[in-house]
Design a protein around this ligand. Structure first.
Ligand SMILES: *Cc1c(COP(=O)(O)O)cnc(C)c1O
Length: 400
């Protein structure tokens, strides 16, 4: 297939058979307004100027594209560069999207912000953006996650955000999203919902992708400056799919560039033991969008597991489902143990503490880049830093 004219989604918000807006009737006009305002802002140089200056001066962009010399030597194959999203303000790529969407909220005259969070990274990014723009902010978080990520809960509270505990179901991310949607249905005239990944009903997957495309746009420019040519392969971890689509999207038309999304393989192949939607899931509808979903034979949403909270979700962004079907991107999985290995290794040989999510992408490279020719170039997206994961990791490693 030729990607020269690839411009998904279509007018109805579909990525081939995926995407769409599966929401309560009352949200349809709200999503339409959001789409209209977003498309206006996309064309508006003034909006883009404000967004870019926030990315530069508040977030700290462009983030560096770092040649990981010792990791390259250790693996012994292609030359590896790390795109350092761990250096963003608040420690991960999530802030790119949070800033973009808060500016949209401002345009729509909405003064109240809500968000969902799993590990707390998106919650912290949203709370930060809300503080910066003086908006009221409520973040929904599963009770289990609040206990696991107590430091991030306190961070959000310090920023002036109210963190609301969700006690239903597994008490994790999926239930937090449902609660946020419920709030939005009731309060949409005053409230904007900042969804944290390239997921949910149209236009969110498109908006989040576009705001995160700063990652790939910068990486493309930086690799051309450093190497004078495009990379052979891009690698990124895939939770909802925002850091990966942000890196991949600006390279989709470059046919020679291969792309690998890495899902959470957890600790087994049975439903409930992993979050590898492309290796165990099938198309279904979850939280507003049609995409690959982990589910049982009756279509009940499957339980998920990953050592990394940010990858622990039953659905993947709809555009990834299309890119997989088209063969433009490939997807693979690595296990909890492999990710923990990579987490430790990158610390020791590069002096970089990666998030457990990002450690999945490093782990894939450890297994696969060694057989690539030495003159090949690989860019791995280091989506976030691992400070948030230290306690949990030390505990697991102590138990081993
Ligand atoms: C949230 C998160 C992810 C997973 O989300 P995507 O939308 O797939 O990017 C990955 N890495 C880090 C550091 C995160 O905080």
């Amino acid at each position: 297939m030729n990607f020269e004219n690839y411009s998904n989604p279509d007018a109805s918000g579909h990525y081939g058979p995926y995407g769409g807006k599966f929401v309560p009737e009352t949200l349809i006009p709200v999503l339409k307004e959001l789409e209209k305002v977003y498309l206006d802002c996309k064309k508006n140089p003034e909006f883009q100027k404000v967004f870019n200056s926030m990315l530069n001066d508040f977030v700290g962009r462009p983030t560096s594209l770092y040649f990981a010399e010792r990791l390259t030597q250790h693996i012994g194959g292609a030359k590896i560069y790390l795109k350092r999203e761990d250096l963003c303000h608040t420690g991960a790529h999530k802030i790119n999207n949070a800033i973009g969407q808060i500016l949209l909220a401002q345009k729509m005259g909405k003064k109240r912000i809500i968000a969902e969070t799993g590990a707390g990274q998106h919650g912290v990014a949203t709370a930060t953006a809300a503080a910066r723009f003086g908006m009221e902010c409520v973040v929904y978080m599963g009770d289990v996650d609040m206990k696991r990520q107590a430091v991030n809960v306190r961070r959000m509270e310090m920023l002036g955000t109210e963190v609301r505990a969700v006690h239903s179901g597994q008490k994790t991310l999926k239930e937090a999203v449902s609660e946020a949607i419920r709030d939005w249905v009731t309060n949409s005239s005053t409230t904007h919902y900042i969804l944290g990944s390239a997921l949910g009903p149209h236009p969110f997957p498109m908006i989040v992708r576009d705001f995160q495309s700063c990652i790939g746009n910068e990486a493309r420019k930086q690799i051309l400056e450093k190497e004078g040519r495009l990379p052979n392969l891009l690698v990124a971890c895939v939770g909802g799919g925002s850091n990966s689509i942000g890196l991949f999207h600006p390279f989709l038309k470059d046919e020679s560039v291969l792309m690998m999304g890495v899902e959470a393989g957890g600790h087994g192949n049975n439903l409930g033991e992993h979050a590898a939607r492309f290796d165990g899931g099938r198309p279904g509808i979850l939280q507003g969008t049609r995409t690959f979903v982990l589910q049982d034979e009756n279509g009940q949403i499957g339980l998920t597991h990953s050592v990394s909270a940010g990858l622990d979700y039953a659905a993947v962004g709809p555009e990834h489902s299309l890119l997989r079907d088209l063969g433009r991107c490939q997807y693979s999985r690595v296990s909890d143990d492999e990710a923990l290995e990579a987490f430790q290794l990158l610390n020791r040989i590069e002096g970089i503490l990666p998030a457990l999510e990002s450690s999945h992408a490093i782990a894939w490279a450890l297994k696969n880049v060694g057989t690539m020719p030495k003159d090949n170039i690989v860019i791995i997206n280091l989506s976030g830093r691992g400070d948030k994961d230290l306690d949990q990791t030390l505990k697991i490693l102590g138990e081993h």
